[in-house]
Write a protein that binds this ligand. Structure first.
Ligand SMILES: *Cc1c(COP(=O)(O)O)cnc(C)c1O
Length: 333
């Protein structure tokens, strides 16, 4: 399939203009030299240009279009206290003029910092889930709004449903066009993978265009087997929405699950070392939860010979740096 025909499928969903794309595609010469393996590049989706940026802006362009089409009068989503997705949803809702309710995990912290501070500045109403699991708490909040006569639009974890994932099918097309214009191709794309929508969209887009790069997800919180299964389900839903005549099997998703460390959001030596290495070689900031872990994973995969001299590897920077401001000196090496 050609870029143009895939783009016209995507355009038929009328995504709203939220940020600024294409995001920069840049070489990382000093990091490449420091790691001594493949030629490394970065796709700067930390610079998507809305509410301090990040990968969720691309998904929200499609999700907000859907919310407006359904005449929603309030947008809801959920995540951890320092959720980048929640912050970008608050920004997107503000931008299209809808109120936003966020159901965040745990209890209110003593001070508003990092993403949670930004949620508040962006005008979101925050409800704390306390000990309750997040998805039932989100559903209960939506029910309450319906009973009060509202039309809530509920966005799942990470914006990862078929509608949101279209944003990353479009992102893959954007990358391919950018790379073609520079006369380069990538052997692999490495990305932090958590709710799975980013990786699923990139993998579907690559298959649609027959782009040969391996899309490797560094799992943030899940073992590979159930995660691959989950992404295959997301791929099937997205393929159906876009009218594609193929989908992806679980085995077609490359997942590295060796970097789960102490669990979601627990900063260990891997993340600490990666954050300062990238900062000191390239002046580039990665985050403590997602991109720091993914960059640590990439470093390790290079050491293990998964990516080698002569290959060109793209690190897809998904954002998250605002969470740095909810950390203290524990990040320093
Ligand atoms: C949400 C997020 C991810 C993971 O993206 P998914 O589509 O949920 O897999 C990676 N990095 C950052 C900074 C994020 O906020």
């Amino acid at each position: 399939m050609e870029c143009e025909s895939l783009l016209s499928q995507l355009e038929s969903l009328h995504p709203v203009a939220l940020g600024s794309c294409p995001t920069p595609l840049m070489p990382l010469p000093r990091l490449s030299a420091a790691l001594g393996g493949p030629e490394l590049w970065v796709k700067r989706d930390d610079l998507t240009g809305l509410g301090l940026g990040g990968n969720k802006v691309r998904k929200l362009a499609f999700l907000m279009a859907d919310a407006l089409r359904q005449h929603a009068d309030v947008v809801l989503t959920t995540g951890a206290q320092q959720s980048n997705h929640a912050r970008q949803t608050a920004a997107a809702a503000a931008k299209v003029g809808l109120p936003c309710v966020l159901v965040l995990g745990g209890d209110a912290p003593p001070t508003a910092r990092g993403n949670y501070l930004l949620d508040r500045l962006l005008g979101a109403e925050v409800r704390w889930a306390g000990e309750r699991p997040l998805l039932p708490a989100l559903a209960a909040e939506a029910d309450e709004l319906r009973r009060a006569g509202h039309h809530p639009y509920v966005i799942p974890y990470g914006g990862s449903n078929a509608v949101g994932i279209c944003g990353f099918v479009a992102a893959l097309v954007e990358l391919v066009q950018q790379a073609q214009a520079r006369g380069i191709t990538f052997d692999a794309i490495v990305v932090a993978s958590s709710s799975g929508g980013t990786q699923t969209g990139l993998a579907l887009g690559a298959r649609a265009l027959d782009y040969p790069a391996r899309i490797v997800g560094i799992s943030i919180a899940e073992k590979a087997a159930p995660f691959r299964q989950h992404m295959a389900e997301l791929a099937a839903e997205t393929a159906a929405l876009l009218g594609l005549d193929f989908t992806l099997t679980p085995e077609e998703f490359h997942v590295a699950d060796g970097y789960l460390g102490g669990g979601y959001g627990v900063v260990g030596e891997l993340e600490r070392a990666a954050i300062s290495l990238v900062a000191r070689t390239e002046g580039l900031l990665v985050d403590p939860v997602y991109t720091g872990r993914a960059m640590g994973g990439l470093d390790d995969l290079i050491r293990r010979g998964e990516f080698i001299v002569g290959e060109r590897v793209l690190f897809w920077h998904t954002g998250g740096a605002p969470a740095l401001f909810a950390c203290d000196g524990e990040l320093l090496p």
